[in-house]
Design a protein. Structure first.
Length: 402
């Protein structure tokens, strides 16, 4: 029995270490990997709770017991957001995504009586819980714990359903092409998560129906072995296939899944003509994405005129267009055949010439260049010559002679 507990503890410790790596590394899609790390930590916390209670560790069990209900509601939500974000290559939460966290917040509020009680009261409550005598506790919760347990099961089932639905829809949808290594990773993650959630549901039901404690439950070798194996699988798969995390461990780019650089915003001054924030050419875009981005960039430049912002950067533009920065950079470099700065200046010079044709008699070239998005005379002249082959003075003299 004790050896199985050590195996589970070792698996949890390794899982937490790997989660810390995902939280701190700057490689890959940072947003998605942080979501994954939180999901891993949640899984570990729930298993550590079983161990601490069964071993009678009062201080640790009180602390972990207090946060476990919130974690149990967050876990399926984070799994769903990760799957959705992975498929759509999202780099941040959408506004409406915050609504998914409401149940966890309500549970957090509901646990306040436990948090503010004394250590002795907390331990007494845990002992009652361990012996399935929750009703004997004097702690008064806003929402009865029986309803919390039932709601947790419904949350598990709902979010697992929507996670699988999102995954299957992405496979069937040709506009969301998922290459095999991505598909296998999501299928693995969802399968293991579903098994975990089914086990959690069965454990709760088994404890209530058979009137046994968590300590007695840990004596079931099948349960201990299952939890241990699942913990190890969560670690082994990413180690064997690190490319699914966009190169987190030591991995070389491949033809099927090129290495993608970090997506964290990198701010550069608008006056610099540099491509230092551009990614290498080994990025990944489908033909459908390229066609979509081509239309998106063209329409946004005509309608929204983002290039008129003197402080525009590739990070800011990708955020305004709601697309990953590495996709924005790849499209400009490989399809438009321009650096970000050259692409923006192309539209600025074009707009400047339109203004010049109308207002050249009232405004100077410098005033017109300011309206076109340039914030310095030297930057404007350099960009104008790069775009037309002439300085502004040479260009207009030549055109007057023509």
């Amino acid at each position: 029995m004790l050896s199985f507990n050590y195996i589970i503890f070792t698996g949890d410790a390794l899982l937490i270490l790997f989660a810390i790596h995902l939280l701190t590394t700057g490689q890959g899609n940072v947003f998605l990997n942080r979501l994954l790390s939180l999901f891993y930590i949640g899984r570990a916390i729930q298993n550590i709770l079983f161990l601490t209670i069964s071993q009678g560790q009062s201080f640790y069990s009180s602390f972990i017991f207090g946060i476990n209900p919130v974690v149990s509601f967050l876990s399926p939500v984070i799994c769903y957001l990760y799957v959705k974000g992975f498929i759509k290559d999202e780099i941040k939460l959408k506004k409406w995504d915050c609504l998914h966290f409401i149940p966890a917040v309500l549970v957090l509020i509901n646990m306040i009586p436990f948090y503010v009680s004394s250590t002795a009261e907390q331990q007494a409550f845990i002992n009652n819980f361990n012996g399935n005598k929750i009703a004997e506790s004097h702690l008064k919760f806003i929402i009865p714990l029986s309803i919390i347990f039932l709601s947790r099961s419904l949350i598990f089932l709902s979010y697992m359903f929507f996670s699988w639905k999102t995954f299957i829809a992405a496979i069937k949808n040709k506009s969301d092409k998922i290459i095999p290594v991505q598909k296998n990773w999501l299928a693995f993650l969802l399968s293991i998560s579903t098994i975990f959630h089914i086990i959690t549901f069965m454990v709760t039901f088994y404890m209530i129906s058979h009137d046994i404690s968590i300590g007695a439950l840990m004596d079931l070798k099948l349960f201990s072995i299952t939890v241990s194996v699942l913990m190890l699988l969560f670690i082994i798969y990413p180690i064997l296939q690190p490319v699914v995390l966009f190169g987190h461990l030591i991995v070389k780019p491949t033809k099927d899944f090129p290495l993608i650089e970090t997506t964290e915003p990198i701010s550069i001054p608008s006056t610099q003509e540099t491509d230092s924030n551009e990614i290498p050419k080994n990025a990944l875009l489908t033909d459908e994405q390229i066609l979509y981005y081509e239309k998106l960039f063209e329409e946004s430049m005509k309608k929204d005129k983002f290039y008129l912002d003197p402080e525009i950067t590739i990070s800011k533009l990708s955020e305004l267009l709601n697309i990953p920065k590495h996709h924005c950079s790849f499209y400009l470099n490989q399809t438009a055949n321009k650096s970000f700065r050259a692409y923006i200046n192309h539209y600025r010079i074009k707009y400047f010439l339109e203004l010049h044709a109308i207002h050249s008699k009232e405004l100077t070239n410098e005033a017109l260049s300011d309206q076109a998005g340039f914030n310095s005379r030297n930057t404007f002249i350099a960009a104008f010559k790069k775009e037309t082959g002439y300085t502004p003075t040479e260009y207009f003299v030549l055109n007057r002679n023509l």
